[in-house]
Design a protein around this ligand. Structure first.
Ligand code: SAM
Length: 286
């Protein structure tokens, strides 16, 4: 009926979302993953790794603003930030919006994804890789954390999902979070998969981090290109984004952020941390 090529994204073994593709921009099998850049009929350009949409032009701002700002605004003017993963450069872009940030180091394992981003995704990174405050390191984040002597104010974890044998698998373990705790003065945040399609994984990530940090909060957003809810876990021993009121979030955005936010403000903050009962019951059960 329709003359499209389709990207079929399996959300669980029993269901998929079909995205109509209007153009394949680039494709490469890297030593770490299958990287594919396409133009989707509904969402525009999209990066797909191992069959999973990482972000799309139409709504990447939802994911990236939700990942970065609740943690950074809850901390006391973070200066030194580490990003693990974050290939597209959009997490780096959001971190650099914080006036207090003096250095943002991004560690991604896959140079092919970075090359794709630099060449084809200017709307995502918006020149962030060339910002004098940025430093890009191509390395396995797991090894980087084992070897670094640096201490950071905040660590933002923007990795592919913890699927068996994926390069990110070890970066969702208790041992890894314990290593991170030793090198952060402020807090960490990680993307935590989808409460719609992998509630158990979301719950495991939340509860693993709760074994390591004192103040841990789960936030959720709806991302249309992912066709479901997406979750994040924010952790620190001292502060939690959930301690911020709507007005305080708006005040801090005004004082501390340079540039526009399209998704996150005091009102959105409130909705992100109002977790529906059925999800709360699962994640608080452990
Ligand atoms: N928004 C995403 C999602 O929905 O899952 C995550 C985006 S970002 C593209 C994921 C990045 O994690 C990729 O660029 C990938 O190369 C990187 N990555 C995976 N494993 C890694 C590791 N062990 N160390 C550093 N980067 C890693």
């Amino acid at each position: 009926m329709y003359e499209w090529h389709w990207h079929i994204e399996w959300q669980t073994p029993y269901e998929f979302h079909g995205h109509a593709i209007t153009k394949v921009i680039a494709e490469e099998k890297t030593p770490y993953q299958r990287a594919l850049l396409v133009e989707l009929a509904r969402f525009g350009k999209a990066l797909i790794l191992d069959g999973k949409i990482q972000s799309s032009l139409a709504d990447e701002f939802i994911y990236h603003e939700a990942l970065v700002h609740p943690l950074l605004l809850s901390l006391n003017n973070p200066e030194k930030v580490l990003i693990l993963g974050g290939g597209e450069g959009a997490t780096l872009r959001e971190v650099l919006k914080h006036k207090s940030v003096k250095s943002a180091t991004m560690v991604d394992i896959d140079p092919v994804v970075i090359d794709f981003a630099k060449k084809y995704l200017p709307e995502w990174h918006q020149g962030s890789f060339d910002n004098p405050r940025s430093k890009l390191i191509i390395k396995d984040g797991y090894k980087f954390i084992k070897e670094t002597k640096e201490v950071y104010d905040a660590i933002v974890i923007d990795l592919t999902d913890p699927i068996k044998d994926s390069p990110s698998q070890l970066l969702y373990t208790k041992e890894f979070y314990e290593d991170l705790k030793k090198i952060t003065k402020g807090g960490i945040v990680t993307q935590a998969t989808s409460p719609s399609f992998s509630l158990e994984t979301f719950s495991i990530i939340y509860n693993t981090i709760r074994q390591v940090f004192k103040k841990v909060s789960a936030g959720i957003v709806y991302v249309p290109a992912f066709d479901g809810l997406w979750g994040f876990v924010y952790a620190s021993d001292n502060v939690a984004p959930t301690e911020l009121t709507k007005d305080e979030v708006n005040k801090r955005i005004k004082e501390r952020i340079q540039g526009e936010l399209k998704f996150y403000d005091g009102e959105t903050h409130y909705t992100m941390f109002s977790i529906p009962k059925h999800i709360r019951e699962v994640i608080e059960k452990e």
